[in-house]
Write a protein that binds this ligand. Structure first.
Ligand SMILES: Nc1ncnc2c1ncn2[C@@H]1O[C@H](COP(=O)(O)OP(=O)(O)OP(=O)(O)O)[C@@H](O)[C@H]1O
Ligand SMILES: [Mg+2]
Length: 277
């Protein structure tokens, strides 16, 4: 395995007694506009343990992004409660900004600033919170190495490939050492091979940083490969249909995908998704 595997031994994901990082109870969301009302989420109950990697799958429009945005403090839930380390994220439609400032969020688009270098993009959250220049540079260099971008610190986004840009976005999300990393289809725009490589990178990063990760994807193989658990949301309104525990040891190599058990889980989930219109 890679030289990084030594860092991974103490990974907490399989420790069922690890404390809860994230608790959702009765979470629902209704979007009301003048023309229509959309019941996007209903009665979501889920506890995610410290260090756990949870994949979220479901058909288009089932509420995955909405759920992630409520966790990120961007969309207030209509009902229910979200606790992060036991602390309430929402107070009505008001978000606890001290909780949100500790989250790392990565969306489908890297959303980098084209006029900033890789290092400056990575360390932007540190600048926003007032860290000094030297600290920012040191952390940016460290993160560039972590995501495999050593040597590109002074490059500009236009000089990078899509996969590299996405790694900058991941490094930026990690800059504040988030306790919780929220990712919405971060690799959706990448080709299959780059995506596979990014899956391995993300697993390595999650193990090395012991981060808790909520990862939205429509790719079932990716969900099973990365997840300690896979949560399947069913649409209109988005509800949890099933939760699958994925027991393969970590770090997982891509070869795990050829194991019969892996194939069986993917097939099962695909059938369940296919049953939905
Ligand atoms: N800001 C909004 N205002 C009104 N309706 C919204 C809003 N955001 C999402 N919705 C509705 O909520 C439902 C869930 O949308 P969401 O984006 O969460 O789905 P998704 O599972 O992320 O889909 P996809 O896989 O296509 O990204 C959809 O019916 C959508 O139209
Ligand atoms: Mg979405």
């Amino acid at each position: 395995m890679s030289a990084h595997s030594a860092e991974t031994i103490e990974h907490a994901s399989n420790a069922l007694d690890a404390p809860a990082k994230l608790e959702l109870s009765g979470v629902g969301k209704e979007f009301r506009t003048k023309r229509a009302s959309t019941h996007a989420l209903s009665d979501i109950n889920l506890t995610i343990r410290d260090g756990e990697f949870v994949s979220l799958i479901g058909r288009s429009g089932c509420g995955k992004t909405t759920l992630l945005r409520t966790l990120a403090g961007l969309v207030s839930p209509t009902t229910g409660e979200i606790l992060i380390e036991g602390r309430s994220l929402w107070n009505g439609s008001k978000v606890d900004s001290s909780v949100v400032s500790k989250l790392g969020v990565v969306f489908q688009e890297a959303n980098l600033f084209p006029w900033y270098t890789v290092a400056d993009n990575i360390s932007l959250p540190l600048r926003l919170r007032g860290d000094g220049k030297q600290d920012r540079r040191a952390r940016a260099d460290e993160l560039a190495e972590l995501v495999g971008l050593k040597g590109f610190e002074n490059s500009y986004p236009r000089e990078l490939s899509g996969g590299m840009r996405q790694r900058v976005a991941i490094a930026r999300a990690l800059s504040i050492r988030p306790k919780l990393l929220l990712m919405d289809e971060p690799f959706g725009a990448l080709d299959a091979l780059t995506r596979e490589r990014m899956n391995l990178e993300l697993q390595r990063i999650a193990l090395a940083t012991k981060a808790t990760v909520v990862f939205v994807t429509h790719d079932i193989t990716e969900a099973v490969f990365l997840g300690d658990r896979v949560v399947h949301l069913t649409p209109r309104p988005g509800r949890i249909r099933q939760i699958r525990s994925i027991g393969f040891e970590r770090p997982r190599s891509i070869d795990v995908q050829t194991e019969p058990e892996f194939g069986a889980i993917v097939r099962d989930l695909r059938h369940a998704l296919d049953e939905e219109e």
